[in-house]
Design a protein around this ligand. Structure first.
Ligand code: 5GP
Ligand code: MG
Ligand code: MG
Length: 190
């Protein structure tokens, strides 16, 4: 496991995102923040506490990886989300990869009557995107490697790591066999 962004770098990135979002929306009007489950949970908890405006906070489900490192069919689950009609919405996701997920979710929320739908992501992968949508707020540009930690999983593991790390092919194979890759110790990533 190779650390790409440590805790300190991640928190600085979230702070930058919060400053930009605050500047764009201002402090007065309520904003509806929607977390894309499950990868955005850690980012979301850190981000919403740094924003200044009144907030409505909800979640929406989207999954496309279904266990592997290559995207599969995308399923959206909006059953947990309250009515967003007439609301200004900011969708928050962990990473913008092909762009299929956010593109689909923006369309879904517009269809539900949101007056505006913007997107914020912690990570933006440097690769050929498959959609015309680009995220409005981005924490970090990263290379096209498979990353885990700070909310992002591989086979539902590693979301709790406080840093963002690249899994080696051997670690991916080991996880596929049901093993857990060695976690980087606190000392070596600080
Ligand atoms: P997109 O629809 O933009 O291709 O992919 C977005 C979703 O795919 C993200 O919300 C995330 O769940 C997953 N994803 C994309 N790249 C990575 C990655 O490098 N690591 C992990 N763990 N998930 C990823
Ligand atoms: Mg996701
Ligand atoms: Mg995943």
């Amino acid at each position: 496991m190779r650390v790409l962004l440590n805790e300190e770098q991640l928190h600085a990135g979230v702070e930058r995102l919060a400053v930009e979002i605050d500047r764009y929306y201002g402090k007065e009007r309520p904003l509806t923040l929607v977390a894309v489950m499950t990868g955005s949970i850690v980012l979301f908890a850190d981000l919403i506490r740094r924003l200044s405006m009144p907030q409505r906070v909800g979640v929406i489900g989207a999954s496309s990886y279904r266990g592997g490192t290559k995207p599969g069919e995308l399923t959206v689950d909006a059953n947990m989300l309250f009515d967003v009609k007439g609301r200004e919405v900011l969708l928050v996701d962990d990473i913008f990869d092909t762009g299929q997920t956010l593109s689909r979710l923006v369309a879904e929320l517009q269809q539900q009557g949101a007056v505006s739908v913007k997107t914020a992501v912690l990570l933006h992968k440097h690769r050929q995107h498959e959609v015309s949508l680009r995220p409005d707020f981005v924490g970090f540009e990263i290379p096209d490697d498979f990353v885990v930690g700070y909310g992002l999983d591989y086979r539902d593991l590693y979301r709790n790591l406080p840093y963002l790390a690249v899994l080696t092919d051997q670690e991916i194979a080991a996880t596929d066999r049901g093993e857990v890759a060695t976690i980087v110790s606190r000392d070596s990533h600080e």
